[in-house]
Write a protein that binds this ligand. Structure first.
Ligand code: GUN
Ligand code: ZN
Length: 437
């Protein structure tokens, strides 16, 4: 057997959360002198290096000590057309949309520009250690196709879809429900289940979708097996009031989506900063997931996410960067911001490194219906990982050198590691990003 057939054994500290730390103690698995064996793009084994080595003497070993192996990050909420509008601080959601986001989204009608933004987007996502993203496409089919094609070329695991709206934005971003149905159907045929790509039906939010458009979403979900769905929910009080005005028959915001069958497993609602207890109970009962976007919630003043209430109600939560309402592409930063805001919430909810790693990885995979495929290092899963190696002489390298426990090293990574510490990112064993040596 050649060494390639025997696999590649990476030697470094290995961290992952094969269980949910919100439900179970000792959900975090750390192997300080760890080994991750990759064969044919899958995790063949993970654990203590000596044990993996002894069981697989044929594998080709690489000494990656000095860095850390984590499952690839999962971003469950991000907008591809908003790369260039990050950083407009000081506005609230509806003003930010009108003044900052939507004018840029209108530029996606220019396919050549959209293709350049797609390249910048995919590069930035990969460079921050994200291996799987659920991303809003554009309101234009060709721009959305450009994103799928760029992600496929780069090897990123991407779920996306044409953004659907027929009112309340700008006329050039509106489509009739019929045109939306035709365009989405065509994109589903081209990209859904092609390699690592999946399609997500993407009504922007209830404010910008009529009942006829929500019916189109329901039809698409019924007509095609395995589609995901993404939208926004309960982000901001003015938005919630607008939904009440537009759907007077709905008892609350979630009821609008429920009426059209848009809730359930593999359906992801972004934000949910202001839910009622009834909505939380229904989200949990339906198995709908929530994308928690703490940087965006802070930047747009949306509020402090009631994470404890979600956890206590049994709602599945994962992390999203929400570029460009959010502040950048880093899921590590997002996890830290989740920690910081929960730390000062009333009452405080103190998250540990196991919670942060789970939220950044496996929770996202579960929310996207990919829990059997990615999110941790259990044998058989795709070898999706990020190799963090802080620059020599950096303050983080100094902190890590004196870390006394794996948990404290992991906490330091979440606190201090940014893209400068991302050395290599792989999806199914193949590099999608490698830092210059
Ligand atoms: N609600 C509807 N569209 C958007 C968007 O682009 N960003 C955020 N944060 N919320 C939204
Ligand atoms: Zn969003």
């Amino acid at each position: 057997m050649s060494s390639a057939e025997g696999g590649e054994l990476l030697r470094a500290p290995v961290f992952h959360t094969p269980a949910n730390p919100f439900l179970q103690e000792r959900a975090l698995e750390c192997h300080w002198d760890g080994g991750l064996l990759i064969r044919a793009g899958r995790v063949a084994a993970s654990g203590d290096y000596a044990a993996v080595r002894a069981a697989h003497p044929e594998a080709e070993s690489r000494d990656w000590r000095g860095g850390f192996l984590l499952p690839g990050f999962v971003d469950t909420h991000i907008h591809f057309p908003q790369v260039h509008v990050i950083g407009h601080l000081g506005r609230s959601l509806l003003d930010w949309l009108q003044e900052c986001a939507l004018p840029e989204e209108a530029r996606m009608a220019d396919e050549a520009y959209a293709r350049r933004v797609a390249c910048a987007f995919v590069r930035a996502v990969a460079r921050h250690g994200t291996t799987t993203a659920l991303a809003f496409g554009a309101h234009f089919a060709e721009a959305t196709a450009a994103l799928f094609e760029t992600a496929a070329g780069a090897g990123l695991r991407l779920i996306s879809g044409l953004v659907l709206s027929d009112r309340g934005l700008r006329p050039e971003l509106h489509q009739t429900p019929n045109a939306a149905y035709e365009a989405a159907t065509e994109l589903i045929g081209r990209f859904h289940k092609r390699g690592r790509l999946l399609y997500a039906v993407t009504p922007r939010f209830a404010v910008s979708t009529s009942e006829a458009m929500l019916e189109v979403c329901q039809t698409l979900v019924r007509e095609h097996e395995g589609l995901r769905l993404q939208t926004h929910l309960n982000e901001n009080p003015d938005e919630i009031a607008e939904v009440k005005r537009r759907f007077p028959w709905a008892v609350d915001y979630l009821a609008v989506y429920e009426r059209f069958g848009l809730c359930g497993p593999r359906m992801v609602m972004a934000h949910d900063v202001h839910p009622t207890d009834s909505e939380l109970g229904r989200l949990a009962a339906e198995g709908t997931s929530v994308a928690h976007c703490p940087c965006s919630n802070g930047a747009l003043g949306s509020g402090i996410f009631p994470l404890r209430r979600h956890v206590q109600a049994g709602v599945r939560c994962a992390l999203g960067t929400d570029v460009g309402g959010g502040t950048g592409f880093g899921i590590l930063k997002e996890a830290l911001q989740a920690y910081l805001l929960q730390r000062v919430a009333a009452p405080p909810f103190v998250l540990g490194p196991a919670h942060l790693l789970y939220l950044a990885t496996r929770a996202g995979a579960e929310a996207l219906g990919l829990g059997g495929e990615t999110g941790d290092f259990q044998p058989g899963k795709a070898a999706d990982f990020v190799y963090l190696r802080p620059p020599a002489e950096s303050p983080l390298a100094g902190v890590l050198a004196r870390a006394e426990t794996p948990e404290s090293a992991l906490a330091a990574l979440f606190t201090m590691a940014g893209p400068e510490s991302v050395a290599e990112v792989r999806v199914e064993g193949a590099a999608i990003y490698r830092a210059a040596a």
